[in-house]
Each structure stands twice: as C-alpha cells, then as structure tokens.
Design a protein around this ligand. Structure first.
Ligand code: BGC
Length: 393
C-alpha cells in the first residue's frame, strides 16, 4: 500500500469514527466535540453529517438524526404559530420569534446570553448586527437556510432508503417547516456563515428553494411549486443585476463560495447554467487560494482561510462537470489539511485574508479553531465516495 493510500485509509477511519462516535443517543450531533462554542446541534451541519452517515451505509444513524429534528421542531411549534400571528397583527418582531439555527443537544433553545455583547459585535458591528431583532449579544440564530437544509435532508433520506413511512412520521414537522419558510423567505436573515443579518444571502435562498423542491417531489403541491419559482426568480434577478454572476447577497457585487450549493446538493440550477458557469469562473479566480476555497474575499473569521467543506464542494462540482483532474487536486489538498490524529479543522489557516485577526480569535477570544469539525469530516466522506465512483466508472 502506498503512503497516500494508507493516509487516505486513516482519514476515512477517523472521519467515520468522528461521525458515529459523537452522535448523542437521542440522534443529535454537536458541530465539534472539542470546541465549547460548538457544543450545540446546528440543523445545517447536522443534516450534512447525517447525509454522510447515509452515504457510508449508516442509514439507521441518519434516521436517528432526522427523528431528533422531527421531535425538536414539534416541541417548538408554538414559535411558528406565534410568528404567524405577530405578522398578521403587524407586531414588532424580536429574535425570539424565529426558529433557531442551533439547538442544545437535547433539542432545547439555548439560554440568552447574559455576559453582554461578545467581542465581535464591537469589532464588526455591521457584520453581526441583529438590527432590532433582539439582544445583540445573543447567537445570530435566525438563519433560514437551516430549514431548507432539513427539508432537503429528510427528502434525500426517504428517497435513498425508500422509507416512505418516514414521510408520514415527519409530516407535521415538514408542514411546519414549509409554513415557516413561506413566512420568512423574503426577510433578511443571518447567512449560512451566521453573518450579515441585514442582507438576503443567495445560498440561503437556494437552500430554501432546494429543500422545498426536494420535498415537493413527494407532495406535488402546485402552491409549493409556485413558491419555488418565485424564489428561483429572485435568485436569477440578483445575478442579472450582477452581470450574470450569483452575488453573495442581493445587491452585492462580490461572491461567496456557498453559491456552490445552488447546484450541489440543492439542484436549483443545473451545473451548466450560464450563471453557474460564470460564478465558478469567478470563484476560481478570487476564492480558490493556495489550493483551497475561501468563503469570501474579506472574511475576518479566524483571519479568513480556506474551508474544508467548500473545497469538497468545488470538488463535487468538478466531478459533475467531468473535470476529474481538478477534483483530484482538491481531494489531495483536503487530505493534506488534517490536524492531530487526522482530525479535520473548519478551515486551513495558512493563506489568510487578515493574519492579525487569527491571533485575536485564537489568543484573545475563542482559542484554537475547532477540530475535529463533524461537517468537514462529513463533506470529505461524501466527496471521496463520489470521487471513487467517478474514477472507477
Ligand atoms: C460556520 C457555520 C457553522 C458553524 C458550526 C460557523 O463557524 O460559519 O456555517 O454552521 O460554524 O459549525
């Protein structure tokens, strides 16, 4: 066995262990077991982690996660009912009126922050402002993409396993989510990176459209189809305004790596759509740095490096686009960026936008950046499985 093959085997083993061993008995996944800030279950991270579990033959574990989400959403049903009523009565909204991006591991809402504003609200007030939506110190929890992600994940689970009974088991929470997304999709909210709460991020819109599209393959509801078309049109208009490239958010002229989700996994637009192709070209020019993919050009989080999950996504795109050489280069980059014990971090901190901020986050604020990150391990396994299938075709 070559060194490379041996190393790949070790990373795969580590990735499977990280995903299987960190799932709670109730089905929830922490974002990272070793990073205190990440000892919560995000619907976005959790969904991709469950997708990886499914891909590697652990459908039972994936189902446990979706059952946890199902129970959790039913438990917090009153939030959606309250939001509906407040919107009807045109009452002022606060952050407590929205479903959160992350729950505690037991599926509860986290306690409001009582320590005052964390550092980043002072340093980058525009990035983290809640703009009237509650206390500035609280976690930026209003993130609609998480709910599109859950719809996509549960639909994908049902399609892959043909477990139709599960659709019926989850019907109330799925319907609740559809109602929630109908109420919120036009509102600015925090993006998948939990920033820019006053904007409408394109990947958030794409996640909603993709989730609704996936679930509507079962429902075949014309009203839902109409909603999907309206969301897609909004995304297309944002690209038209930006010269045929998907912007980071409506009105922006710069891009975000998470626009990759519009094609994979959400299939909102095909990989050869001219705006997708133009966005990838720009991404290659601006965000593919040192072999890995950045979130966006002026990202400040831990200085702004290259993300494992995004690099895997670009790799998945290349596989679909029949560019295996480019996919190989990205896979090798990902595999060369593990940390101690083959643990994947969130991002590589080698080629940073702002090296000085890395020191602040690490030494003054949150400590070493998280590793292992379940989402990174999950995307690696998904990418590798598709990669091996593609090159053995
Ligand atoms: C990322 C989010 C992610 C969270 C937990 C944040 O740093 O921006 O996308 O959900 O970490 O992994």
């Amino acid at each position: 066995m070559t060194d490379k093959t041996q190393r790949r085997k070790a990373i795969v083993k580590k990735s499977i262990d990280v995903i299987l061993n960190n799932q709670e008995d109730n089905g929830s996944y922490p974002a990272s077991p070793t990073f205190p800030q990440f000892h919560y279950c995000w619907l976005r991270d959790g969904m991709f982690t469950a997708e990886a579990a499914l891909e590697i033959g652990h459908a039972k574990e994936a189902k446990k996660f979706y059952q946890w989400v199902n129970r959790t959403l039913i438990k917090h049903k009153s939030i959606v009912e309250g939001l509906e009523l407040k919107l009807k009565n045109k009452e002022k909204l606060t952050s407590a009126d929205f479903l959160p991006a992350r729950f505690t591991m037991t599926g509860d809402l986290e306690e409001p922050n009582t320590d005052g504003k964390p550092f980043f609200f002072y340093k980058w007030p525009k990035l983290y402002a809640l703009e009237g939506l509650g206390k500035d110190g609280d976690w930026p929890n209003f993130q609609t993409d998480c709910y599109g992600a859950w719809l996509w994940g549960v639909a994908n689970y049902i399609k892959t396993t043909d477990d139709k009974a599960f659709l019926i088991e989850c019907q109330s929470s799925i319907d609740l989510t559809i109602k929630y997304l109908k109420l919120t999709w036009t509102m600015p909210c925090f993006d998948p990176w939990e920033e820019y709460g006053t904007k409408r991020n394109i990947a958030s819109l794409g996640s909603i459209a993709g989730g609704l599209q996936a679930i509507n393959e079962f429902y075949e509801d014309e009203k839902i189809s109409g909603l999907i078309e309206a969301i897609k049109q909004t995304i297309l208009d944002s690209a038209v305004e930006n010269g045929g490239v998907f912007p980071k958010y409506i009105g922006a002229s710069h891009i975000d790596g998470n626009s990759l989700w519009l094609t994979i996994p959400y299939k909102v637009f095909p990989i050869d759509h001219p705006y997708v192709v133009a966005t990838i070209k720009r991404l290659e020019k601006e965000l593919l740095v040192n072999g890995g993919v950045k979130r966006y050009y002026n990202d400040v989080y831990y200085g702004g490096g290259e993300w494992i999950v995004l690099t895997c996504w670009l790799g998945l795109y290349y596989l679909e686009a029949d560019e295996p050489k480019k996919a190989t280069a990205l896979l090798e980059w990902v595999e060369s960026h593990t940390e101690k014990g083959y643990a994947f971090p969130e991002q590589s901190l080698e080629a940073l936008n702002y090296p000085e901020f890395k020191d602040d986050w690490q030494n003054k604020w949150w400590g070493e950046s998280p590793a292992p990150l379940l989402w990174s391990h999950a995307m690696y396994l998904i990418f590798l499985k598709k990669y091996e299938a593609a090159i053995h075709e």
